[in-house]
Ligand binder design. Structure first.
Ligand code: PMP
Length: 398
């Protein structure tokens, strides 16, 4: 049966983890994986999550099947975070939300649903993008192409090229947009540019698919939702995949959601009925625990405040690491201006380090980064910052 099975290529980032784990050097640092580590280099378990989990453990609730679209209280909490508590779309019944297996699961059910709806549409992702975007939409049967996004010269978004490209797309094309904290570059569009993207989507009748994996990691819950809010105000229909993997530090619990903004209540009922078919044939219904914990936190004013404070702490720490890295590189006499690192948002930075330089970091220093030069700032802390800055300084000075 399996004689003809070819060996698939290793996932580049998970492969990096394996190499890191096998490295015996005590000073090794893993800047590859997109996970938030605290000042002690640990994945935090948030206090708000602990309180909610303790209450669940004490209540010992039964474990029947969930509804196909998941936990209703959770789905409503997701909608309010994305669209705002007083969203007119919610009042008008224009939002369909299904709990999903992380942001990845949300993208997957969104892609499968779209394939049933627009089989011949092409999907466009940013150049570069999170590497799984292409794989996910291709696996759903779509042809996937890039739209221009990152400008290595300015270390920002090449908005003119992006907009010109989008204006040339066929109506019905699906365009995947990083709602905030672009992965891998850390380069986001300005609010004014987002407003232009909304108008291009309207003009060219594109299908916007916003991927929101890092709400709260740039400026805060509300400001990070600006792209979603501009699309909501536009009257257009669109998709949003969202994830609590990072913002709740619940990576392995797989808590995300797919939200679809429709034209009206009647459309919502029909869209939900089809989305439920997609879910039913994928995994039937989502698991209980992660969604229940997030719902409990978001529906209790005290726990929600606790969570926002903890999320704020993560955001502030990442920013401090960005600033620390830039000033350490400067003080080590690096001539190149690295101040762009503080302008980038979210967990990642496209450092501009070449694949060869990344390889020297690994071989000589046990510092692991993605070969594209992407590093995760959330893996830095006061203990390893000077070491990493020293190594980068040596590598860029040649
Ligand atoms: N979209 C983007 C842009 C991401 O960076 C990630 C996580 N790395 C995801 C989606 C998937 O999130 P999750 O881990 O919740 O599946």
């Amino acid at each position: 049966i399996f004689a003809g099975v070819a060996l698939a290529p290793r996932d580049p980032i998970l492969g990096l983890n394996e190499a890191y784990n096998a490295d015996a050097r005590a000073t090794k640092v893993n800047l590859g994986v997109g996970v938030y580590f605290d000042e002690n280099g640990k994945i935090p378990l948030l206090s708000a999550v602990k309180v909610a989990e303790k209450a669940r453990l004490e209540a010992m609730p039964p474990r029947g099947y969930q509804a196909i679209e998941g936990n209703a209280q959770y789905n409503q909490a997701v909608q309010k975070l994305l669209l705002g508590a007083d969203s007119e779309l919610l009042a008008a019944g224009r939002v369909v939300t299904a709990q999903a297996l992380g942001g990845t699961g949300a993208l997957k059910i969104g892609a499968d649903f779209l394939k049933g709806l627009k089989a011949d549409a092409k999907v466009y992702i940013s150049d570069p993008s999170w590497e799984n975007h292409r794989a996910l939409f291709e696996a759903a049967g779509f042809v996937v192409e890039n739209y221009p996004y990152y400008d290595a010269e300015t270390r920002g978004v090449n908005f003119a090229a992006m907009k010109a490209f989008l204006l040339g797309l066929a109506p019905g094309s699906v365009i995947v947009l990083h709602a905030c904290c672009h992965n891998p570059t850390g380069a986001d569009m300005s609010d004014a540019q987002w407003a232009e993207v909304v108008e291009v989507c309207r003009e060219r009748a594109l299908v916007p698919f916003l991927d929101m994996a890092y709400q709260g990691f740039a400026e805060g819950i509300e400001p990070d939702a600006v792209a979603v809010r501009l699309f909501s105000a536009s009257g257009l229909q669109f998709f949003v995949s969202s994830s609590f993997s990072k913002s709740f530090s619940l990576y392995g619990e797989r808590v995300g959601a797919l939200s679809i903004i429709t034209a009206d209540k009647d459309e919502s009922a029909r869209v939900l009925s089809q989305l439920k078919r997609v879910i039913r044939t994928n995994y039937s219904n989502p698991p209980i625990h992660g969604g229940a914990v997030v719902a409990a936190v978001l529906s209790s004013p005290e726990l929600r405040q606790m969570w926002e404070d903890e999320l704020g702490g993560m955001r502030v720490r990442i920013r401090a690491m960005r600033e620390g890295l830039v000033s350490a590189l400067k003080s080590k006499g690096v001539a190149q201006d690295f101040s762009f690192v503080t302008a980038q948002r979210g967990m990642f930075s496209y450092t501009g380090l070449s694949a060869a330089q990344v390889e020297v970091l690994r071989a000589d220093y046990g510092i692991y980064a993605v070969s594209t030069g992407r590093i995760c700032l959330a893996a830095l802390n006061q203990n390893n910052l000077a070491y990493v800055a020293d190594a980068i300084a040596e590598v860029v000075k040649g």
